[in-house]
Structure formats: structure tokens, C-alpha cells
Design a protein around this ligand. Structure first.
Ligand code: 5GP
Length: 185
């Protein structure tokens, strides 16, 4: 399958994703049986995963979609990333961050710190995909879906240059260009 100039091959099928989502929802139901967590899906990438996941979660819960903004700071620290779109108080709440994919986990670590500083009771992470750098760096992802290597993936919410989010399956490419960070990801 081709998106723009890149060739992608099927990697994880719709059926495999469905099975994994069911399993993850059961685990959350079990772990949060006596709680009412707040799910924080990070847009845009996690819109499809979070919708499917939440349809299968049966404990009482809240959902608040957020985005990560990035801007170049006025001080020397370079890129600063922060959560935007938070509309309710998260004080004393059990938070579950919902991510599509975690690569280096750098952004995620900042977001976890930010959420902890708001006086949350607990902060855990569920991510459909977890790449090798996140495992090597032991980024705290309590609920990982699929562990993958360093390939670039699209589909099921994930895009390549804005395209491919609507695909039901997940596709991969080993294109050197994209892995070297040339296009925006
Ligand atoms: P991190 O801060 O963990 O290095 O970056 C995570 C973000 O990079 C993800 O939320 C996603 O937006 C993007 N990303 C990392 N790997 C991929 C990939 O293989 N495919 C796509 N579409 N985005 C990726």
C-alpha cells in the first residue's frame, strides 16, 4: 500500500487489534474495579484506539480528550510540551493516559510530571503500541498493547503526513528517510 511516496506493508490486522483492545479493557476493568478513573486520550493519534477501548470498559469512568502543544520556549530549554484542553479538575483523581504509540517517551514523561503536579491520586499509561526505545528507557507504561521495533507505522489513528488515520489495520515501513526523522511525525 502506498501513502504519498512511501510503500507500507500490513503489520497488525484489525482482528488482532480487536483482540488486544478487549484484553486491555478487561485488565482495566479488573484493576480499577473499585475506582472511577479519568481517561485522558491524547489527540489526534489515539482517537480510534480510545473509542474502541472505552466501548469495552464497563467500570464507571470519565473521559477528557487532550492535546499536547509544543512551542519553542523563550529560555534556553528548547522545546517545551504541555497539555492543552483540560477542562476539569484532576485533583485526587485516578488518571489513565491513553496513547497511540510511545517511541522515546520523552513527551510522555513531561506529561506525567505535569499531571502529578496537579495533585492527582495516581497516573498510569495505556498505549496501543510501544516502540523499542521506550522499553530500553523503561518508560512507565503499565498497559502496553503491542511491543514493536523501530519501524514507522500508520493506520488505526496513526498518520503519515496527515494521511492514513482512517485505516482499520496498522501498516509499517522501514523507510530510512522517515526513521531518520525527515518528515514530520
Ligand atoms: P515520543 O515522545 O514517545 O518519542 O513520541 C511519540 C509520538 O511520536 C507519538 O505520539 C506519535 O505522534 C509520534 N510517533 C512515534 N512513532 C511513530 C510511528 O511509528 N508512526 C506515527 N504515525 N507516529 C509516530
Amino acid at each position: 500500500m502506498k501513502i504519498k511516496e512511501l510503500e507500507f506493508e500490513k503489520f497488525i490486522s484489525e482482528d488482532e487489534i480487536k483482540q488486544k483492545v478487549t484484553l486491555l479493557a478487561e485488565t482495566i476493568d479488573h484493576d480499577y474495579a473499585a475506582k472511577t478513573p479519568v481517561f485522558l486520550p491524547i489527540l489526534n493519534g489515539s482517537f480510534m484506539f480510545s473509542a474502541d477501548l472505552l466501548k469495552q470498559v464497563s467500570i464507571p469512568c470519565r473521559v477528557s480528550f487532550v492535546k499536547i502543544s509544543s512551542y519553542v520556549g523563550t529560555v534556553s530549554s528548547g522545546q517545551i510540551k504541555t497539555l492543552i484542553g483540560l477542562e476539569e479538575s484532576l485533583f485526587n483523581q485516578d488518571i489513565i493516559i491513553v496513547e497511540d504509540i510511545i517511541d522515546t517517551g520523552l513527551t510522555l514523561q513531561k506529561i506525567i510530571e505535569e499531571l502529578k503536579s496537579l495533585g492527582t491520586k495516581s497516573v498510569e499509561v495505556i498505549s496501543l503500541l510501544r516502540k523499542k526505545p521506550a522499553r530500553d528507557k523503561k518508560i512507565p507504561v503499565k498497559y502496553p498493547g503491542f511491543d514493536i521495533g523501530t519501524e514507522f507505522v500508520v493506520g488505526y489513528g496513526l498518520d503519515y503526513d496527515g494521511l492514513g488515520r482512517n485505516l482499520k489495520d496498522i501498516y509499517r515501513t522501514d523507510s530510512e528517510d522517515i526513521l531518520n526523522g525527515n518528515p514530520e511525525v
